[in-house]
Write a protein that binds this ligand. Structure first.
Ligand SMILES: Nc1nc2c(ncn2[C@@H]2O[C@H](COP(=O)(O)OP(=O)(O)OP(=O)(O)O)[C@@H](O)[C@H]2O)c(=O)[nH]1
Ligand SMILES: [Mg+2]
Length: 596
């Protein structure tokens, strides 16, 4: 059973035993959130580009951009079949229902004075929101962050811990380097809101704004690397982006008039064009401009200078090609490409169950410390005991082991020499074993084996302390990587189990998909190469173990099939799940005394 299922059970049994309705409701809410999409908050300084990025993510121009000083309310975009329904939650507990304005825009007037609004919830029937809920937050005046409650209210519209986002995208204005105050404030904020390096992505926004280079990307990439070095204990990655171009491409913001305007600019003499672009105001106001002022303003608003140049030089007459070019140049990324915003979202999506389980554990621990009376005291003690680090629920969050170690380094609980620190951060940054270890794929087992020696020594030295536990967690991950990909079938001490039929195309399809986690890809490699049932599940054991492993893997690919976005991938995962199910049945029959 995985940690999420165990947590659901634990919530169920705890609710059944609790007498206090208030406590029962809190536990119930924890269970509800385990089944809801992963909630990601987008936060950062005033005008850093948060709402622009949210629109790019949603593919809709729904979040108000440039709405004066800041967008002052917390706005949550969540999946709902009643597309465009807006629920305005007020401070006094009332909820006022309204709808999005035409073109999927949040209305300027919510029907409630803004000071009385606690949070706005927007329902969208968008596929992107089936897996995640996105929260756009007001620009942060960092000095208010000192107060934990203020920070939480700012981020989530409520200071109740139970309503937390489970992941954070932090938008940072593009700067050369971070001073100590910025860093300290950033860490203070993430800690106050229960965020760690597992669930925080930093985004360097508006990288086109420097304006002193024709192509801002080389510098931006360099600065992202530098920023990651500053922030790596608090974030899993720092990615640069031109949110404006991602928004423009994603929301289809350029209409026929703007496309005509671009063509008119492209027809200009190169020197004249360069002169017009020097000061963007000229584009709208100068008598030399070939554009109507309102078209010029829309082009500036949606593309700005670098985007305009790009659109003029790269666009043929084809609007779809232009959209694609803008998306490419935005650096937003597609699929799971690491180092991009899209890659960061994919990182969250792959770990959604684990991140939600982690948040649920934190919330339940808090519930277990709540004031209680009578029999509830013992129930809460029992709850706390189940959540102990050594019990299966917390211990089962394997995918997060590396991140727990990074956390320990950040807190000074695990002290590492520079080279081992780098090794750890590299392990955290990717989930492709070759990238994690920085060697070509065939050398992974050997590199991992060498690393285990260092980590085993560290675990021994720190034995009995938190740091030792975390070093052992890393060791466990490295040992998994060091295990040879396919176990040689050894002396026939086990009853062999016949191999299950496997659809090779399905396996290859999933192996090629970046959305399939590394450990599942390893399982697939066993499945396709294994000469018998045991090798197909990657173990050397008899029928009962093969049956158990095969059943677990069948369930795992079944659940993966629900999450994959492409139909063909989903079918492939189902086919793989069927192969494992077949194997489980064969192995059970083999193990039964009545057969063969
Ligand atoms: N050139 C450029 N401008 C951008 C980019 N992203 C956002 N902007 C502009 O920056 C301004 C602020 O963007 P918003 O998305 O409203 O920023 P925000 O962080 O939501 O602002 P508040 O909610 O007011 O704190 C707008 O004029 C955007 O068009 C970008 O990548 N490049
Ligand atoms: Mg905003």
């Amino acid at each position: 059973m995985n940690p999420s299922d165990r947590l659901r059970d634990l919530c169920g049994t705890t609710i059944a035993k609790l007498a206090d309705p208030g406590l029962r409701d809190r536990v119930h809410q924890v269970r509800v959130r385990l089944d809801a999409p992963l909630k990601i908050a987008v936060a950062g300084a005033v005008s850093s580009g948060k709402s622009t990025l949210v629109n790019a993510l949603l593919g809709l121009p729904v979040a108000p951009v440039d709405a004066g000083e800041c967008t002052r309310v917390v706005t949550q975009y969540e999946y709902g079949p009643d597309d465009g329904r807006v629920e305005v939650e007020c401070e006094d507990g009332r909820t006022v229902v309204t709808r999005l304005a035409p073109g999927h825009r949040l209305p300027a007037d919510l029907g409630v004075p803004i000071d009385l609004v606690r949070r706005v919830r927007v329902h969208l029937a968008s596929e992107a929101l089936r897996a995640i809920t996105v929260v756009d937050t007001p620009g942060m005046n960092t000095t208010t962050v000192e107060n934990e409650r203020a920070a939480r209210r700012m981020l989530f519209g409520t200071d109740q811990d139970d309503d937390h986002a489970q992941a954070l995208i932090y938008v940072l204005r593009y700067v050369q380097a971070f001073d100590d105050t910025t860093l300290a404030e950033f860490r203070g904020l993430t800690e106050a809101c229960g965020m760690t390096c597992v669930n925080t992505l930093a985004v360097l926004s508006q990288i086109d704004r420097r304006g002193d280079e024709d192509d801002p990307w080389p510098t931006a990439r360099r600065l992202a690397v530098k920023a990651y070095a500053d922030l790596r204990a608090s974030v899993f990655d720092v990615v640069p982006v031109i949110g404006l171009l991602a928004e423009t491409a994603g929301t289809g913001a350029l209409g026929p008039a703007e496309l005509d305007g671009l063509a008119a600019l492209a027809a200009l003499d190169a020197a004249d064009l360069e002169f017009l672009l020097l000061d963007l105001d000229d584009l709208a106001d100068s008598p030399d401009s070939p554009l109507a002022p309102e078209v010029a303003r829309r082009l500036i608003r949606h593309l700005h200078r670098y985007g305009l140049r790009t659109a003029i030089t790269h666009s043929a007459e084809d609007p779809e090609a232009l959209r694609q070019t803008l998306l490419d140049k935005s650096g937003f990324g597609v699929g799971a490409r690491t180092g991009t915003v899209a890659g960061g979202i994919a990182h969250f999506a792959r770990r959604a169950d684990q991140l939600k389980a982690l948040a649920a554990i934190t919330q339940l621990r808090r519930v277990s410390r709540a004031p209680a009376f009578g029999s509830d005291l013992a129930v809460l003690d029992g709850l706390a005991a189940e959540l102990d680090e050594t019990k299966p629920i917390a211990a089962g969050l394997h995918g997060l082991r590396i991140f727990a170690a990074v956390e320990a380094v950040a807190r000074g609980q695990l002290v590492l020499a520079e080279d081992m620190q780098n090794e750890l951060f590299q392990l955290a940054r990717s989930d492709d074993p070759a990238e994690q270890l920085g060697v070509p794929a065939p050398e992974v087992p050997e590199a991992a084996r060498r690393a285990t020696e260092r980590w085993r020594a560290r675990a021994m030295i720190e034995r009995g302390r938190v740091g030792g536990q975390r070093a052992r967690d890393v060791l466990g991950v490295l040992e998994d990587l060091a295990a040879p990909p396919v176990l040689q079938t050894q002396a026939p001490i086990f009853l062999p189990v016949a191999p299950a039929p496997v659809d090779g195309d399905a396996v290859r399809r999933l192996l090629a998909s970046p959305l399939v986690p590394a450990e599942d890809r390893q399982a697939l490699a066993h499945l396709i190469a294994g000469a018998d049932g045991a090798a197909q599940v990657g173990i050397a054991a008899g029928p009962p173990d093969v049956a158990a492993y095969a059943a677990a893997l069948s369930a795992r690919f079944r659940s993966l099939s629900h999450f994959l976005p492409f139909t063909a991938d989903r079918r492939a995962a189902e086919s793989v799940s069927d192969s494992y199910a077949h194997l489980a049945v064969t192995a059970v029959q083999k193990g039964s005394p009545h057969v063969g």
